[in-house]
Design a protein around this ligand. Structure first.
Ligand code: GUN
Length: 292
């Protein structure tokens, strides 16, 4: 079993990105600037957005966190998105999800200029992804593709089972793994909460991507020996033995599943850090796509 180490892989990518920013500066080009909009005070979102902004600054990007109270109206948020769309100094931005219930996430996603949509959630970018045209790939699936690339894991002809069909991870990942590229060319099964007899399907998988947010859901009896496993779950589980009062858990019963796998991502330190570097790679790509 080999760990797919997102921490060290993302570190290597951050160094490459840092070099790229340095080169840009040397040739008089603009420094990439990512903005992140956070609404409300959800603990998880605060941590994730904080990590994104911090990681950008560390590699020499400009980075701005725009934190709004959850009393912000939909119109006010749409006006903010419009401002960011028009701001020449901002190259890419994200609006962290989920948003409070009184705000329509779809409306907000649609309002983001596709050329600045470094999350890759706008239908224009999702369409480009399906057609394999230039655009932004959603950060978490793109981070997993990068792991396949860097560890030189062959995906062609393999049966990839995706668990969870969220718009952010499961649905785009299922499409990306089926495209005629590397990584890709897999035979894909997208499973979800209505899937019958999931275990019969996961037992046929060469690759499993799990993204449902249920700690310890995937157990050792559900996989065949040699499975390649990517665990996108990252749930806070109450834990009195920890200073913070919780620990982070993936969707996989890691202790019992890992020994059966050929490759597996740990939680934390697997897919999570790759998501953040994907966002930064997308921001750099935004500069190129926008001719800056
Ligand atoms: N919420 C959970 N993951 C993400 C992400 O990748 N982007 C945004 N904007 N919100 C999220």
């Amino acid at each position: 079993m080999q760990l797919l180490d997102g921490k060290s892989t993302s570190k290597a990518i951050r160094e490459e990105l840092s070099q790229a920013v340095h080169q840009r500066r040397k040739s008089g080009k603009k420094t990439p600037h990512l903005a992140a909009v956070l609404v409300g005070n959800d603990g998880g979102s605060l941590t994730y957005v904080g990590a994104k902004v911090k990681a950008c600054k560390k590699i020499g990007f400009e980075s701005t966190l725009i934190h709004k109270e959850d009393s912000i109206t939909e119109d006010q948020l749409l006006a903010l998105v419009d401002e960011l769309n028009k701001d020449d100094n901002i190259d890419g931005f994200i609006v962290q999800l989920p948003l409070p219930a009184h705000i329509d996430e779809k409306k907000v996603t649609l309002a983001i200029d596709p050329k600045k949509d470094v999350d890759g959630f706008h239908p224009m970018n999702l369409g480009n992804m399906v057609l394999n045209l230039p655009g932004f790939l959603p950060a978490t699936p793109a981070g997993m593709l990068e792991l396949f690339k860097r560890y030189e894991i062959e995906t062609e002809g393999k049966h990839c089972v995706v668990i969870g069909r969220s718009h952010i991870v499961g649905a785009p990942m299922s499409i990306m793994m089926g495209r005629n590229t590397f990584p890709g060319n897999s035979t894909v099964t997208l499973t979800h909460s209505r899937t019958k007899n999931l275990k019969a399907i996961t037992l046929q998988a060469d690759i499993i991507i799990t993204a449902i947010g249920k700690p310890g859901f995937l157990t050792a009896d559900m996989i065949q020996p040699g499975t390649i496993l990517m665990d996108v779950g990252i749930t806070r589980v109450e834990d009195d033995t920890k200073k913070k009062g919780y620990h982070l858990s993936g969707d996989v019963d890691f202790e019992n599943v890992a020994p059966k796998c050929s490759y597996i991502t740990p939680v934390p330190g697997g897919v999570g850090p790759m998501t953040i570097v994907s966002l930064m790679m997308n921001t750099l790509k935004a500069m190129e796509l926008n001719g800056k």
